[in-house]
Design a protein around this ligand. Structure first.
Ligand code: NAD
Length: 441
């Protein structure tokens, strides 16, 4: 099949490379000329495990191409995917300007009947607006479908190639048949394609992200309760996660969730609901709890050292919004850095992949270290914000040797608490309060 994918971000590039790996002829389009020339010369513009190899293999086999010209890639393609960004507008709604502009460009380039599929995360009802945008410029017939993407950064290639399910929202039989054919290769073991109406497909994506975000916020709230009761959120997590009705995923308490999806998708769903006169109390609460949670690590440091951190050096391990990505969009580390700088501290950070993005976003307001232990050298406290594998099992003796004062704040409950305390550290975590009397409660 001949396919075009508009937008070469995390989703578009993985989608394009993934379909080409199944033998389809795919052209990926981006308006960012620098990004396209990078891709043409074999570079991947961001860090995503496995993506580089997938792109290299399929480019060298001549079935994956890159261009800035929608007008070149769309003619002859049976399927055109829109995978451009849908960032938050000031009022919290999803900004659809990139999606609608892409649709107009696709419309103008059509030369025959084509199925245009929205893979970007878009509010319920967007398909109608995409249809209208296409109709502004199209001189040929088209059908519009929704195919939300559920991949997660850091494991995107794997998720794309082995999806738990594929959701397709469409009412046009030709679109449904083409999408079934396209996904057949990925869904050989059993047919996990779910065909539904377009609006349900659009809403399914928000429902998934808001459900996952709500689980995290729920655990973060319980962690606060653990801290004052002496319970351990890690024990509670295991206790409930082993219940098959609950499952063990997305139950980790921590420094709050960030990233390019959960925060913006929560805001966008709330906005959609509010506009339509529906109050989503649970989603509201999940978002509020997260805003508070992102400040918790900083508050622990302020409680330990006092409000004035002038003269204090604080090391941060992990700056990306989660491990295995260089994406720093809405990363909890950014909130912590703001808090620490506002209190007068000097901040020194380390991340295996995200430091170039941090440098671009923050300039030289913080120091960046060449490795994890350099970021701990002469610090008054070391904080874990993002639990990359290489940061989960610190050499405590080495840390004792290089740190100025032995204070650890484990924002992901990933470090060995007992070992840290035995090694003489003051060790703070999330929801792992020291047992104390509840008699006064
Ligand atoms: P991104 O910001 O990484 O990339 C978007 C790309 O689209 C950019 O390179 C931009 O230059 C390009 N673009 C914008 N307008 C264009 C146009 N008219 N023509 C061609 N290219 C254009 O975005 P992303 O993180 O890949 O997310 C894309 C969409 O997928 C969003 O709606 C997001 O919510 C959704 N999504 C993201 C993830 C994720 O993990 N990142 C997962 C599932 C769904």
């Amino acid at each position: 099949m001949k396919i075009a994918v508009v937008g070469t971000g995390y989703v578009g590039l993985v989608t394009g490379a993934g379909f080409s790996d199944f033998g389809h002829d795919v052209t990926c389009i981006d308006i960012d000329a620098a990004r396209i020339s990078k891709l043409r010369s074999g570079d991947v513009p961001f860090y995503e495990p496995g993506l580089h190899d997938l792109i290299r293999r399929n480019t060298s086999l001549g079935r994956l191409h890159f261009t800035t010209a929608t007008s070149e890639a769309v003619p002859g393609a049976q399927l055109v995917f829109i995978a451009v960004g849908t960032p938050s507008s000031d009022d919290g709604s999803a900004d659809l300007s990139f999606v609608l502009e892409a649709a107009r460009q696709i419309g103008a380039a059509l030369t025959d009947f084509t199925v245009v599929i929205t893979k970007s995360t878009v509010p319920v009802g967007t398909a109608d607006r995409v249809k209208a945008a296409l109709a502004e410029t199209a001189k040929h017939e088209f059908a519009v479908a929704s195919n939300p993407e559920f991949l997660k950064e850091g494991d995107a290639v794997n998720d794309f190639l082995k999806p738990a399910r594929v959701v397709v929202g469409a009412d046009d039989e030709r679109a449904i048949d083409l999408l079934r054919d396209l996904y057949r290769g990925l869904l050989r073991t059993n047919d996990r394609i779910q065909i539904m109406d377009v609006r349900s497909a659009e809403l399914t994506k928000y429902a998934a992200n808001c459900m996952l975000a709500t689980r995290i916020s729920f655990m973060n709230e319980l962690a606060r309760l653990c801290e004052v009761t002496g319970a351990d959120i890690e024990a509670v997590r295991k206790g409930i996660g082993s219940d098959p009705r609950i499952g063990n995923k997305f139950l980790f308490a921590g420094a709050g969730f960030g990233g390019s999806c959960f925060p913006k998708d929560l805001r966008a769903l709330r906005h959609t609901a509010r506009t339509l006169g529906v109050q989503l109390e649970v989603v509201d609460a999940a978002e509020r709890a997260n805003e508070r949670q992102k400040r918790v690590v900083g508050e622990k440091l302020l409680a330990h050292f006092g409000a004035d951190l002038a003269g204090k050096r604080i090391g941060i391990w992990g700056l990306a919004f989660k491990p295995e990505t260089d994406d720093i969009r809405e990363s909890p580390a950014l909130v912590l850095i703001d808090q620490l700088l506002a209190a007068g501290a000097t901040v020194i950070g380390y991340d295996p992949e995200a430091m170039p993005n941090i440098r671009a976003a923050l300039g030289d307001t913080i120091e960046l270290a060449r490795d994890a232990y350099a970021a701990a050298t002469q610090v008054d406290a070391l904080v874990l914000v993002t639990e990359w594998h290489e940061l989960r099992d610190p050499d405590l003796a080495r840390l004792r040797g290089v740190m100025r004062t032995p204070v650890l704040v484990d924002g992901r409950n990933a470090w060995p608490a007992t070992d840290a305390r035995e090694a003489g550290f003051t060790y703070y975590a999330i929801g792992r309060g020291e047992p104390r009397s509840l008699a006064h409660h």
